[in-house]
Design a protein. Structure first.
Length: 280
């Protein structure tokens, strides 16, 4: 890359969005945009065996190379995907979501450079109007697909008292995102093993007034004490699974896999009624 000083004013102006994007991405606790795209410390998994892990994709916005993948999601009904509201924001898409006409959902694609699995167009979007971009609370959206995904591809949402929320419960997070925290986007689906954390521990990691505040009613945290295993940029909206149910959606965190900085997830049980209300 050329040094900034060498840029002409004209190109500096045209580079502004990129510069702002980089700055934004560097802010700790900011929801990662797709430009800086998960799973750190993970292992490859077979997408065909985890068909409820889906990729959100727009080739118009993100290019064809990785099937246009920019976020994750979870298939909770044959035609219903839940994802993060921030995935459909202007920051991530670069334009208003209403202007993205080629939004697709991809299931069962191990390698985004291939055309395997099932790819279905999104017919309808519901973005939680209560999503708060300041605190990231209520980070959920519901996508309705044009056609149903194959039978048996779905995963149930966890209920309020699900044992998957017990602190210390084993969970996995899935995604096609950054594997280093430095923009190494993976073409293959990966998963990382993390532990469900106590709300109080998460509150201490992200107190009010810091980069983002943890809110136990709408969020849940997962990670490992020594760090090194976490979701990352590009994994947003993707599922955190414990005891066979989706308990969380990748939402935010400070850096990726840093010690004492667990991943913060949308608490699915808190959104489940809204999701059902807005499912076709
Ligand atoms: N907001 C990010 C995204 O859009 C996900 C960040 C998750 N970060 C974490 N450390 N768990 O892809």
């Amino acid at each position: 890359m050329r040094p900034l000083r060498a840029l002409q004013p004209q190109s500096l102006i045209s580079a502004l969005p990129v510069l702002l994007g980089v700055l934004f991405a560097l802010l700790p606790g900011s929801p990662a945009s797709a430009g800086d795209r998960v799973v750190v410390g993970g292992r490859p998994v077979d997408a065909a065996k985890h068909p409820w892990v889906v990729a959100l994709a727009s080739r118009d916005r993100f290019g064809t190379e990785r099937s246009g993948q920019f976020c994750g999601g979870a298939l909770v009904g044959a035609r219903t995907v839940i994802t993060a509201a921030h995935c459909l924001s202007r920051e991530v898409l670069g334009v208003d979501h209403g202007r993205v006409d080629d939004l697709h959902v991809i299931s069962g694609r191990n390698d985004l450079r291939k055309a395997t699995g099932h790819e279905v167009k999104v017919r309808k979007k519901w973005i939680n109007p209560a999503y708060d971009t300041g605190t990231n609370s209520g980070d959920v959206a519901v996508l309705t697909l044009d056609k149903p995904m194959p039978a048996g591809s779905t995963i149930p949402m966890a209920g309020r008292h699900d044992k998957g929320y017990k602190p210390g419960a084993a969970a996995e997070v899935y995604g096609w995102g950054d594997i280093s925290g430095y923009g190494d986007y993976e073409p293959r689906l990966r998963a990382a093993d993390v532990d469900m954390l106590e709300d109080s521990a998460c509150g201490r990691a992200y107190p009010k007034g810091s980069e983002g505040a943890f809110d136990k009613d709408s969020m849940v945290c997962a990670g490992v004490r020594e760090g090194g295993r976490d979701a990352c940029q590009g994994d947003s909206g993707g599922p955190l699974v414990a005891h066979g149910r989706v308990v969380g959606l990748v939402s935010w965190g400070a850096g990726c896999g840093e010690e004492g900085r667990p991943g913060v997830y949308t608490r699915v049980s808190a959104m489940a009624d809204l999701v059902r209300e807005h499912s076709a």
